[in-house]
Ligand binder design. Sequence first.
Ligand SMILES: [Zn+2]
Length: 374
Amino acid sequence: METTHEVDPDGDLLLILRNPSMPLTACVEGHRWSGRLFERDREETIDPVHKQHDSIGSKYNSDLFRNLDPGVNEYSQPPNGPPAEPETVGEEPAPPDSPTEIFGEIRMRLSSRHLILASPYFRKALNGPWAESERIVEAEEWDEAALLITMNIIHGHTRRVPRSVSLETLAKIALITDYYKFHEAIELFTEIWIPKLRKESPSEEFGMNTMFWILVSKVFSHAEVFRSVTAVAQRHSPGRITAPGLPIDEILGEIDQRRQEAVEEVITILHSLLAYLRDERANKCSFTCSSMLFGALTREMASHGLLPRPTALVGFSIEGIANLARSIQTPVWCNDDPYNYYSSERHTCHLSNFIHPLVNGVEMNIRRLELRDD
Ligand SMILES: [Zn+2]
């Protein structure tokens, strides 16, 4: 089927759009993203990021734990909110690649003069000798509605431009803008659309919208949204996100790098604490006490898949691992007073007094991404 949009009925250029309106998708560690879903896959072995162990390990040597007092029961309460489970994760594996279907063709009659004025891309592409006949430009996979909105803006038909669009449509407009370099022409409308969208689809929620916001804020240089949405992705993503065809792969790579650094650091804290409690010099309180703490920590780390040390960091978000570390339990026991049967008191040393301040520090020190010109 064929549709022709007469954006400029007297236009000298025909744009033919093939396979229009292909959906935007994203995957986390090879699993297709649907909403918040992602399948944790322990079998998968990505490049282990153990190269940083030494430098992080030296930061958490036994001196650090010696200076922390396990008896100050400041952190003994369980953390607020639901107990920490590694971010769970859905079950929809990416389907095998299917051959590209032909969804028909959309035609737009446009004016080359408007395109050349608005776009360095078209200025270059249409800068050849001008044939008598109508010029034809071919394009593929752009969203039909997003392309029509964009072309109406470029051709000055601003009354035909909606005053609000969905976040997904804006992401598709951003893709078109990025490709043809329409930034200047579209900018004014983004100032109308983006504030409305921030209320409807907050950039603080992690999901497919996170992808759209990263794309939109990067293409339209919105530093504040970029900063907040990349921080959300860093904190909640359980693995490397890929978004085929979207010009944000480098950013997604940096987000994952910082996720891995922070997850690695939390795991290092727990392993360093384990090594400290195993050391006989750690008997700051008593042999019984450090043995109990050592035993409890060993069991907790093993039950959460942290002992032996995991070789791949897939499936651990920063928030997930931090909550998991803070949820590690300490057994309750009482000191026996051999002279007074009734006076035995509850022992106050607690693993959380070692773990909480350090893990909270890791979370506070996560490096934020900033928008930069490139
Ligand atoms: Zn103790």
